[in-house]
Ligand binder design. Sequence first.
Ligand SMILES: [Zn+2]
Length: 567
Amino acid sequence: MKTLTRKKRNYLPENLVVHGWQNIESFYQELQQRPIESKEAVLQWLADRSETDAVVDEEYRWRYIRQTCDTDNETFKDAYEDFIQTIMPNWMSIGNELNKKLATSAFVKDLDQERFFVYLRHLQAQLQLFREENIPLSQQVQLLSQEYGATIGAMTIEHEGKEFTLPQAGVFLQQQDRNLRKSIFEKVNNRRIQDKEKLNNLFDELLKIRHQMALNAGFTNYRDFMFAELGRFDYDVHACEQFHKAIKSEVIPLVNEIYAKRKQALQVEQLFPYDLEVDVANLPALQPFSTQDELIEKSVKCLTQVDDYFAECIAIMDNMHYLDLNSRKGKAPGGYNMSLPEIGVPFIFMNAAGTHRDLETMVHEAGHAVHSFLMRTLPYNFDQEISSEMAELASMSMELMTFDGLSAFYNDADKKRAIETHIEGIITMLPWIALIDKFQHWIYTNPNHTSTERENKWLELHKELSADIVDWNLYEDFRKILWHKQLHIFEVPFYYIEYGIAQLGAIAVWRNYKQNKAVAIDNYKNALQLGYTKSIPEMYKTAGIQFNFSREYVKELMDFMKNELSN
Ligand SMILES: [Zn+2]
């Protein structure tokens, strides 16, 4: 059973554990006071700081993981909150001091400017953004965001005397019985409506604090602040608007086509929101696996068919118990791959209930995991702090490249069906991504809006950026709060269009893969291995694809997808 261990520490004691700030403070103080008087001293200082940051960050990440795996556990919750309240402010504050120290060092200019280009541009941005008075505000935001997870995680519905979490209830939307789907859809959304005010108020609070953070840092709005904060050096607001437009003109017509076929196949007068996931050929929902063990075993088999190395990554995580995949009450919603910077082996968290969607999530997270493994040997912690546009390229490309390997889960007919479902899912998802992004642009550039105005804006944008063939007339109240289910709006604002950018990239990777598998995989690995040591367009180029959101390019990719659908 292969497992991995962390590399030898060079600066911190091997047995050091971060229980509290007092365990680590003296090392940061030493870094702050240490004279840096040569290029070599800068490099040594960077290495020592990187090691220290990795250890603290890994502690933070474990505390996050534990409380998401068991939101009812008070000890885990306290440990996480304690990190945010006592360690985080000190860490951020000293981090800023260290950034200043480095930026003002006379020897930084002697560093290899190409090698450190990405790090140094990030450093400058962090210095420009940092405000002492934003530390307590970002603490508040993080704690409030947790309320979102707890609120959503606690939602259940009752069906035939049994209690179901919302992810579990979602499975019923694939059932053939239309009345059952309707009933579950209404129960789920009525349950969401119960917490409508709570989530609206929570969001109002978040909005107020976020806007203040932007003002504090010298920005006129939180959108522009976040573009800087997210390190969007390689594209701007205009590019996002170009993306929204390209999706509207090149993707939505295709979505309407897909749904029109569905409507015809289902032989229904109106296509309701609960008609979108059921199989149109009257087949039961795909059941790729039932237990966590089965999901892992089959995922490993599936990945082997793409590349042995990919499969090995998941096997190692399994051996190390770095996988928590099945849905349980008390788990936070969603799924993630959490990289752990010191050991260099990530952790995958999911709420799997046996659906095909869960399988898609699994291979998605496997793509992130492979990325973590491929970056393990990069020398500095910051080399591995990848941009989301690149991170999601890794995961979304993996979703598509593993199509071949789906034989591990399905017979030929089901495999074909799964691939079709997946391609349709990608196409129908793109407008939602544009919508979530465009909505947030509006929210944060109009920070004084009321919650009614926000609701109206959401409705307006939902009409603009969703397929008009879907009939929401009976469900206006549900439609108004659809955005509540999007975790990112609450917890990681503006982090969403990355999925769209990366999705376009992944389609292009897959197109390459279909032309020449070996070359495409090589390019993919080479790009991932770079971590974040090159600009995003350069890394996309290494992956063999373009960094482009133009209407023409989106059309080209959609034509390819349409062709794959008809095969
Ligand atoms: Zn992802």
